[in-house]
Design a protein around this ligand. Structure first.
Ligand code: PLP
Length: 383
């Protein structure tokens, strides 16, 4: 440590210098991230609860109420208010918790989980941490979990099947009603990873988008991931894990002798209540109306982008089901195209299956950003 302390001014001056090197969502140049500018109501609520610790909730009873109400509100978006869970750090922690609950509910030796090939890499972490074998089901022609492949992989060691509602790379929705039927019949735990889709699918359905059921309205669904820090506009870190039954939390609970609550089911011990406050504030403030308008707008911009790409004769990997677009060019490799876009200041990402430029039309991306992006793309692909 330095001998000489900084003054407050020096500290913040230095911090600003560091921050200058960061990209900001506000620029509209970040096209490859599932995060966005946190809404001012979420920021303010978050800042109010910086001191609270949900790891010791007896000391923060109001914050604990906020967490309970947030879970109920998230449940009401996802087909049942009568759910149990926690506001946690994000999709990774939620998926690990769900797999832990599924494993602990069973007495199986050498447990296995079945996930689609398109599943987020957090399931690889869960598999590694929990010593569960991960089996990947094939995808069908539309990049959705193939049900025949699931049936082939099922065994008496299967402790959970995972379906994704809004895949990370292409925004596809797996056939959750069919998975629910299979899992309910065979008494297998079904987890739905709606980290991304949870905050957009329900609102698009409200305005007539023909999207499948994917939530607790289906009997077989035991747990769901939903991330307020993605399409929910909450500050990072804010994730949600919801369970149909309290028993799934109980099977993970560990005694906490010296704290105000005697048992804990979360992975993290000391944990912020600020995320719960932000979730609650945004759900109350945005309401169904606000999130529906946001979802509609993101989809309209997605359609403009997809249409523009077709006009430039770029190849769409698939018709977008949600606000994610993946494409490639015949004229150059995906890496070369990504590099040329980066040279013009665009931060796109590259999907792994199939390899393509991947754009997530998050709420910070406006029509004018897409117009400029298409102009730049035209120039790049003309040469
Ligand atoms: N699940 C899905 C479908 C995701 O797209 C992501 C992240 O993009 C995650 C889980 C992991 O979420 P986080 O990065 O918040 O841990």
């Amino acid at each position: 440590m330095d001998e000489n302390r900084f003054s407050k001014e020096e500290v913040f001056q230095k911090l600003r210098e560091f921050q200058k090197e960061d990209l900001t969502h506000r620029s509209g140049k970040i096209l490859g991230s599932m995060c966005t500018c946190p809404h001012e109501v979420g920021r303010k609520a978050y800042a109010m609860f910086l001191e609270s610790n949900l790891g010791d909730p007896g000391l923060f009873k109001g914050t604990q109420k906020l967490e309970r109400e947030s879970i109920e509100l998230l449940g009401s978006i996802l087909g049942s208010k009568n759910v149990f869970g926690h506001i946690i750090t994000g999709g990774t922690e939620a998926n690990i918790m769900a797999m832990r609950a599924a494993r602990n509910c069973s007495n199986v030796q050498n447990p296995e989980i079945i996930v689609p090939k398109s599943a987020h890499f957090s399931f690889k972490k869960a598999s590694n941490i929990l010593c569960i074998k991960l089996k990947e089901a094939k995808l069908d022609d539309d990049y959705k979990m193939d049900l025949d492949s699931v049936m082939e992989l099922l065994s008496d060691r299967t402790v959970a099947v995972v379906g994704v509602a809004g895949t990370t790379e292409l925004g596809k929705i797996d056939p959750i009603p069919e998975l629910s039927k299979i899992c309910a019949e065979q008494e297998i735990y079904l987890h739905v990873d709606a980290a991304f889709g949870g905050f957009i699918i329900p609102f698009l359905k409200e305005i007539g988008y023909d999207l499948p059921d994917f939530d607790f309205s289906l009997d077989g669904v035991c747990s769901m991931t939903i991330d307020p820090h993605k399409m929910g506009l909450a500050p990072i870190p804010t994730g949600g894990i919801l369970f149909r039954d309290e028993k799934y939390l109980d099977v993970m609970s560990i005694e906490t002798p010296y704290l105000t609550e005697k048992k804990q089911s979360t992975i993290v011990g000391t944990r912020t209540g600020a995320s719960a406050a932000a979730t609650w504030a945004l759900l109350k403030y945005m309401g169904k109306e606000g999130y529906t308008a946001l979802s509609r707008n993101c989809m309209e911009i997605t359609k403009t982008l997809a249409q523009g790409l077709k006009e430039l004769e770029l190849e769409l990997i698939t018709e977008p089901e949600l606000n994610i677009v993946a494409f490639k060019s015949e004229k150059m490799s995906v890496d070369e195209l990504a590099q040329k876009l980066s040279d013009k200041g665009w931060a796109v990402s590259i999907s792994s299956y199939p390899r393509a430029i991947r754009i997530i039309v998050m709420p910070h991306i406006k029509k004018e950003h897409i117009t400029q992006f298409l102009i730049d793309l035209k120039q790049i692909t003309a040469n």
